[in-house]
Design a protein around this ligand. Structure first.
Ligand code: BEZ
Length: 211
């Protein structure tokens, strides 16, 4: 198994998808990426998740994030299932789904947790930066569908904090005040954060979210 820790390079692979063969790193290009796995085709929670993901694609696009899903079934099965997803979720699937029949990608990304299920993948989420490094890893059991608002929220935080000396506090969402990184000296704050700041404690300094 490869190194899947935060900051490691996301393992590269070439796989068949519903949009043809994709080499993951080339396909990402300079963009951010979200890779999320589904236990299997024709399962109810996955059907709702993929439909929801399609409806949120515009929001991922705005954030320069490419979406790619994975399930351990073949392309023909995926394409047939997509008809059901589009019909039942009133949407059109608009991103590729990896056909990981040989579980090559699932194993590369440690998406099969045998204590949960020895054949199906769990609901994994990997968010990858433009530098191809892993920025976030989430694991959900098959019985719990993901919240796409939460995925956008963490992407907003990851992108904000990647480029500024900021962190985001509990329950933060886009537009809320941010935490100034502990590495920032008090004398640097005025230049870095011209909107001002509040010192609640010397180690807890808040500033409005920059534009
Ligand atoms: C589902 O997507 O609904 C599902 C898949 C595997 C186990 C339980 C639920």
């Amino acid at each position: 198994m490869s190194d899947l820790k935060l900051g490691a390079i996301a393992p590269d692979f070439t796989a068949q998808t519903t949009e043809g063969e994709i080499n993951f790193h080339s396909w990402l290009g300079e963009q951010w990426g979200i890779l999320f796995s589904h236990p299997a085709d024709y399962t109810p929670v996955c059907t709702t998740e993929l439909g929801m993901a399609a409806k949120y694609k515009g929001e991922f696009d705005k954030r320069n994030v490419r979406m790619i899903a994975l399930s351990v079934d073949g392309v023909a099965s995926h394409l047939d299932w997509i008809k059901d997803i589009n019909e039942t979720q009133q949407t059109t699937i608009n991103f590729p789904i990896i056909a990981d029949e040989d579980r090559k990608v699932a194993e590369l990304y440690d998406m099969i947790h045998p204590e949960a299920d020895d054949k199906l993948t769990i609901r994994s989420v990997f968010i990858v930066g433009p530098d191809k490094k892993i920025k976030l890893v989430l694991s959900y059991p098959a019985s719990t569908g993901r919240n796409f608002d939460e995925l956008l929220r963490v992407i907003d935080s990851l992108q904000l904090t990647a480029y500024r000396k900021l962190a985001t506090p509990a329950n933060w969402k886009h537009g809320d005040d941010c935490v100034i990184s502990p590495s920032v000296k008090n004398e640097e704050i005025a230049e870095l954060f011209p909107k001002g700041h509040t010192e609640i404690k010397p180690y807890l300094r808040m500033t409005p979210m920059p534009e």
